[in-house]
Design a protein around this ligand. Structure first.
Ligand SMILES: NC(=O)c1ccc[n+]([C@@H]2O[C@H](COP(=O)([O-])OP(=O)(O)OC[C@H]3O[C@@H](n4cnc5c(N)ncnc54)[C@H](OP(=O)(O)O)[C@@H]3O)[C@@H](O)[C@H]2O)c1
Length: 428
């Protein structure tokens, strides 16, 4: 039987896993798709580099056009990363009628619309399961498993680096810088960790999930982002004392077709399943009107977990080829994107204030909340042994962001408040 030939762009961590799975699971894969799958050619930057797997020399190339222009290659698997020249390679491959599987969340979040339009025009598949939460099949779940439901909330721990750092800070009471350095030494954080710790990586993934979950074209600019670099160990200690874990959560919500997507450090109640997702693991919580609460948990990265998702996409592409239905999986968002205003976005808040330690202060503060219609769940005042000021910890009920902004502006003018030490969203 004629094999299906795959062109692999990249043979790094993920590319190596793809070769291992395609070769190691050959019999199972062939039984599922009805043809052998063969790695036809592999693009690398440097063919002379030593590698952890053996790929015959004649399959390696430093010239992408050896793959893009090869009429024998049916599917291009892109695992080289980056935006350019990767985007050009993908667009050219699609132009030549090749299907594309990619793990590249940056590319999909930034140029997904253009790439999908080209794929549709050429009746090609573009699948990208590995781009969000590596080994968790969340994209297929949103597109197919929940196709009959209306999803109203997606919350994700979709960045393993930040989850590792926050878990360590929580478990060991350690400071951010110390844990970041340790994560870098262990290879869990990059030398330049900005994209991870400032929430940009998570924002790209949440734009992809929100687009699929809500059927609206959510772009990166629509995601409000705050990272973890300013979280203090005291914040985490307070969170634990009150029954919460600090997590970098991506939160996408929809109400009456109005959408909001944020990535921000969030205090998650220990009763919520996301609170117990620790280390480099990822999890995505999905709430559907009909199904209710669901959660998907697993490895968010790594050679074999990520390659599993890629080869599953490859299987889907080849099955479509056999049926002659490539390019027909509903990929286009069909709802108009309407973003929520600050008046429509509401959540519970944790606020830590340092205030003058004298009578009547608490009354002044609660008066401000009342003025802007924010009701309070709990207020705790305690003296601070290291500080002449007192600490006030407040948890609000659901309050609109617009009203909370007014509260914070008012606090700036209140002389009894020395500083707003911390403010976090609360979930669960
Ligand atoms: N690593 C993970 O766990 C993970 C998880 C989910 C998604 N992803 C995504 O998967 C993609 C690949 O990640 P990775 O960790 O496997 O990357 P990697 O280890 O850095 O591998 C990149 C590969 O691409 C090749 N390459 C890069 N730029 C090239 C160019 N301009 N021309 C030719 N070859 C080029 C490199 O060649 P040489 O080998 O010759 O240097 C290398 O083989 C990225 O989009 C990443 O975001 C990764």
């Amino acid at each position: 039987m004629k094999p299906i030939k795959v062109g692999l762009l990249g043979l790094g961590t993920v590319g190596t896993g793809v070769v291992r799975i395609v070769e190691g699971h050959q019999e199972d894969l062939a039984s599922q798709v009805g043809s052998p799958i063969q790695i036809g050619k592999v693009l690398v930057k440097d063919v002379s580099k030593s590698r952890s797997i053996h790929v015959p020399d004649h399959l390696l190339t430093e010239n992408a056009w050896d793959i893009i222009d090869d009429p024998e290659i049916d599917v291009v698997v892109e695992v080289m990363g980056g935006i350019e020249p990767t985007k050009e390679y993908i667009m050219e491959a699609l132009d030549r009628g090749k299907h594309v599987v990619t793990a590249n969340k940056d590319l999909i979040a930034l140029h997904g619309r253009e790439i999908k339009a080209k794929a549709k025009e050429k009746r090609c598949d573009v699948f990208y399961e590995a781009s969000v939460a590596g080994g968790i099949p969340i994209i297929r779940t949103l597109m197919e498993g929940f196709s009959s439901d209306r999803i109203t909330k997606i919350m994700g721990i979709v960045n393993g680096t930040t989850n590792y750092i926050l878990s360590k800070m929580s478990q060991e009471g350690a400071g951010y810088e110390e844990v970041l350095q340790e994560a870098q030494q262990l290879g869990y954080a990059e030398a330049d960790p900005t994209s991870d710790v400032e929430g940009l990586d998570a924002a790209r993934k949440m734009a992809i999930l929100a687009t699929l979950g809500f059927h609206a074209d959510v772009s990166l600019e629509d995601v409000e982002v705050r990272g973890i670099s300013r979280i203090k160990k005291e914040d985490i200690a307070f969170a634990k004392k009150l029954g919460y874990e600090m997590k970098l959560l991506g939160i996408a919500e929809r109400q009456d077709d109005q959408i909001s997507v944020v990535v921000q450090p969030t205090m998650v109640s220990t009763a919520h399943p996301l609170a117990s997702v620790n280390g480099v693991f990822n999890a995505v919580y999905v709430y559907g009107e009909a199904v209710g609460e669901t959660m998907f948990y697993g490895p968010g990265a790594g050679e074999m977990p990520t390659a599993t998702s890629i080869v599953a996409d490859l299987v889907a592409v080849i099955k479509n080829m056999k049926l002659g239905v490539n390019g027909q999986r509903a990929l286009t968002p069909y709802k108009e994107k309407k973003l929520k205003s600050d008046e429509q976005i509401a959540y519970k808040n944790f606020i830590l204030l340092h205030v003058e330690d004298k009578a009547g202060v608490l009354a002044q503060i609660t008066q401000v909340f009342a003025e802007y219609d924010v009701s309070l769940d709990s207020v705790v005042q305690q003296p601070n042994p290291n500080n002449p000021d007192a600490e006030i910890i407040i948890i609000t009920h659901y309050a609109s962001r617009a009203n909370m902004n007014k509260v914070f502006e008012h606090f700036e003018q209140l002389s009894v408040i020395k500083s707003i030490k911390s403010a976090y969203r609360v979930e669960g």
